[in-house]
Design a protein around this ligand. Structure first.
Ligand code: ST9
Ligand code: ZN
Ligand code: ZN
Length: 333
């Protein structure tokens, strides 16, 4: 019976705005995929990325050393920039564009597009494409940050080597029309470099300098470099830590887990066992706003009329699924 309800719930998402059918988002795990037999293709290190990631993290460590010499306003501004760029990933690239778990008006999309450029994590199109293969082929060769390859690979290593050919092969078969027909997504992709230069570096650095006379040096290393590096690592923890450590109250047959530390650092994205079980739920958890700043933000946008149609899974369905496939650990927010 549970499976029946699940199937109808899936359909509900597909046509939840009245009767207009939408193409289903390909974020549901594909059990039919089998990894190719035989030896794995050789791993090709991309040295340019190894060097740039190392330099970035050294810059962030230096930024930490500069904290005592920064003005309190600059630190406050850095936290603000952290939250805006984090929302560009969580509410933007993730819940809106990868999963289509709610609908956003044009002004909200523009805000999320700018916030997303502030997070500098590849353009929305590329991010959402990689994220859909991640869900559909989770923990296999076709998953860009396959956590079976270990913490380091899932966290940052995957950005330092060429992709497994299956990621590209499977990714090319995905339905991405909703992204290519989205003007904000395509505009951001077209002007990606410039938008990153402005939003990730120029704006975070020039505001403290211009408005309260912070030194450009400090304003570069803290709200820009350090803040950027922290958002990156908070995001990557969802791929590494939340695929390795924590309970699995919804589905014990999959790797993603509920991880409180990740939930906190990634503003609500650590309920990862829930999220992989119900990828279309806009709250990415059954507990709404609890520990989930991103859900609060989307709720506020709905309240203001800037977002509509947030998709949710019913408590009955969650409970039934948890009974059937969970690991028996308590569900808790
Ligand atoms: C970054 C991204 O950090 C982080 C994403 C994290 C995802 C997290 C998900 C967790 C859940 C959400 C929670 C959010 C929490 C947020 C909390 C915030 C506080 N399908 O890529 P190339 C094709 S980025 C189909 O070069 P290589 C395609 O044709 C950090 N096709 O592959 C492509 O051409 P085009 C900054 C695909 O050569 C061509 O192949 N950025 C797919 O193997 C070549 O693609 C960097 O560091 C696909 N999936 O290189 C840059 N993929 O361009 C890192 C590829 O036309 N990237 N194709 O699309 C690179 O340098 C390279 O991608 C590479 C692989 C070296 C890693
Ligand atoms: Zn995941
Ligand atoms: Zn997701």
């Amino acid at each position: 019976a549970a499976t029946m309800t699940e199937a109808s719930d899936m359909k509900q998402r597909v046509s939840s705005n009245g009767n207009v059918p939408e193409a289903p988002i390909e974020d549901v795990f594909d059990h039919s995929y089998k990894e190719k037999e035989g030896p794995k293709p050789p791993r090709t290190i991309v040295w340019r990325n190894v060097v740039s990631m190392t330099v970035l993290h050294l810059g962030a460590a230096y930024g930490v050393c500069l904290i005592p010499s920064a003005s309190p306003l600059t630190l406050l501004w850095s936290v603000f920039c952290f939250l805006i760029s984090a929302l560009g990933v969580t509410a933007g690239a993730h819940r809106l564009w990868s999963h289509r778990s709610y609908k956003a008006s044009l002004p909200l999309k523009i805000f999320l597009g700018l916030a997303n450029s502030m997070s500098f994590q590849n353009d929305i199109y590329e991010w959402a494409r990689d994220h859909r293969v991640h869900h559909k082929y989770s923990e296999t060769d076709a998953d860009p940050h396959n956590a079976v390859r270990g913490f380091f690979f899932a966290h940052i290593g995957w950005l330092m080597v060429r992709k497994h050919p299956d990621v590209i092969e499977k990714g090319k078969k995905l339905e991405l029309n909703d992204l290519t027909s989205d003007k904000v997504v395509m505009f951001q992709r077209k002007h990606y470099k410039l938008s990153v230069l402005l939003m990730c570096f120029f704006v975070p650095m020039s505001v403290p300098w211009y408005l309260w006379g912070e030194s450009l040096w400090v304003a570069y290393f803290i709200p820009s470099v350090l803040r950027y590096t922290l958002v990156l690592n908070a995001t990557w923890l969802v791929n590494s830590a939340a695929h390795m450590w924590g309970n699995r109250p919804y589905d014990k047959s999959i790797n993603p887990r509920e991880n409180k530390f990740v939930t906190f650092s990634a503003i609500g994205e650590g309920f990862h066992n829930y999220h992989h079980t119900f990828p279309f739920d806009y709250a990415t958890s059954e507990f709404g706003c609890k520990l989930n700043l991103t859900t609060c933000f989307i709720d506020a946008m709905c309240f203001l009329g800037l977002a509509t149609d947030p998709k949710r899974v019913s408590h009955e369905l969650v409970a039934a699924r948890s009974q059937r496939t969970g690991d028996g650990s308590p569900r808790s927010g």
